[in-house]
Write a protein that binds this ligand. Structure first.
Ligand code: ARG
Length: 471
């Protein structure tokens, strides 16, 4: 049955704008108000609070709670509220949270019909809906920034396919690789981050509105229409779960923490390689800072901050999970903590990604220094592989090459400087063609296996990476 739509002339105008309070004899203690107030943080939800409120007004119209005129008055009023806040209107001291702020302004703009908007909804389903919309929007903003960083790495890789540098294990020189292979290694990690962010967005795209405080709205608002109007992918199937579920924030924080971790590892590589000791890369002027004391310094601050920020994100992820883990079902005020962690991680990432992308795009590579670091010892595995190709077992080959390495070390020369007699003494299968085998380019040419550092394999990898970025 449709409710009676005539206004109730007996409802008193509220003395101060609050969304609750009728059941209390006096007002809350200032100490409670101070700790309870979240407007300083959740003000950022306002565009989404306005949007979901416009959707809810239309839904209440469809449910027969609002007349068509009231729906129009409320929706137009919400548009004016949005332009007021958009042009700088600030909350007042008594605005407990963003929902109260928007509601107070709506009363000023739309008059009495505004008092009907909160029918059948609660701030519990409202804040969950607003935070989900905010998260979906934030991920949409971050993804192109991440893609731009991947693009910068791919462009640098393209110009360094034939540059050779040592790859390190245990930070000890291990084997020669294409510089593009090393750069692309980071691109694949960022691709997984992209997938994680997309997955977190999917988790967020479930509509809680219509769940009310905990039991579901008593008014037949068509949630499927609301879902489409607000850009969600589906409707939450359980109102108790919907108001207490913050998995989407945890998923987002985890995705951002992993991304922060990968930024940190890239930064660490670049900081090391940019040191005078390595000297493989040089940081662009626009992405280097100087020292207030030492005139010669060229510091990669953006990269150091990227390395430093991952810890803060991990801390916020941990804080959120600890907040959630002890909560009983449904909404609990503890959940108000969620937005601080979410906003901090997204803000941090929105600053870091462009700064790291710029740092990467403006790097220059010193091919001579990279090549010079490819010392003879890096060819030891290739020497053993050479013997294996001559049917020596890998175990025996490993032993023979180990003896050669020791001999070179004792003589203070590189492997390729040892006389042929030493090779023959180490193993009779060594022949004159071994000298050719000792060239780092040769090492790469043996590794055309998919995913390996052979030049053609790297070209294929580069094409795959480019395809991903374009998709
Ligand atoms: N500021 C609150 C939050 O961020 C909004 C929801 C308040 N709900 C309530 N029942 N008091 O979680």
């Amino acid at each position: 049955m449709r409710p009676d739509l005539t206004p109730d002339p007996s409802s008193p105008a509220p003395a101060s704008h609050k969304l609750w309070g009728g059941r209390f004899a006096g007002g809350p203690a200032p100490e409670l108000e101070a700790v309870n107030r979240s407007i300083g943080t959740d003000i950022r939800l306002w565009p989404f609070d306005v949007r979901l409120s416009k959707g809810w007004a239309r839904g209440l119209g469809a449910a027969g709670v609002l007349t068509a005129d009231e729906v129009t008055v409320i929706r137009d009023g919400l548009d004016r509220v949005a332009s007021r806040i958009g042009s700088g209107e600030q909350p007042i001291g008594s605005d407990e949270d963003v929902h109260t702020f928007v509601d107070r302004l709506l009363h000023e703009e739309a008059g009495d019909p505004a008092g009907r908007l909160h029918t059948g909804r609660s701030r519990n389903d409202q804040v969950a809906t607003g935070a989900r919309l905010w998260t979906m929007d934030a991920i949409d903003r971050l993804l192109p920034m991440l893609t731009a960083l991947m693009q910068a790495l791919v462009e640098q890789a393209e110009s360094q396919i034939d540059a050779i540098l040592p790859a390190y294990t245990h930070l000890q020189r291990a084997q020669p690789v294409s510089a593009a292979h090393w750069l692309l290694a980071h691109v694949w990690a960022f691709q997984r981050d992209r997938q994680r962010l997309v997955a977190a967005r999917t988790t967020a795209a479930v509509l809680p509105l219509g769940s009310g405080a905990i039991a579901g709205s008593a008014f037949a608002v068509p949630r499927d229409l609301l879902c489409d109007e607000l850009g969600f992918a589906s409707v939450s199937p359980n109102s108790i779960d919907a108001v207490g579920d913050r998995d989407f924030i945890a998923d987002t924080l985890y995705a951002l923490t992993m991304l922060g971790t990968h930024l940190s590892r890239l930064a660490e590589d670049l900081i090391l390689y940019g040191s005078s000791e390595f000297g493989f890369v040089r940081f662009g002027d626009a992405y280097s800072t100087g020292s207030s004391m030492m005139p010669q310094k060229r510091n990669p601050d953006a990269l150091e901050l990227a390395r430093g920020s991952a810890g803060r994100m991990l801390g916020d992820l941990t804080a959120l999970l600890v907040t959630i883990k002890g909560l009983p079902s449904g909404y609990n005020k503890d959940l108000q903590e969620d937005k601080r962690t979410l906003f901090a991680a997204v803000d941090g990432m929105a600053l870091l990604l462009p700064a790291v992308a710029g740092s990467v795009a403006t790097l220059t590579f010193d091919r001579k220094r990279m090549r010079a670091a490819v010392s003879g010892g890096l060819m030891a595995t290739d020497l053993a592989d050479y013997l294996v190709r001559k049917r020596v077992t890998f175990r025996d080959a490993h032993g023979a090459v180990g003896r050669l390495v020791r001999e070179a070390e004792e003589a203070g020369v590189e492997l390729w400087d040892l006389p042929m007699a030493s090779f023959s003494a180490a193993h009779p299968a060594f022949e004159g063609d071994v000298l050719e085998e000792l060239k780092p380019e040769k090492s790469l040419s043996h590794r055309e296996i998919p995913g390996g550092t052979g030049i053609n394999a790297v070209r294929a990898q580069l094409a795959a990476a480019k395809g991903l970025i374009a998709s």
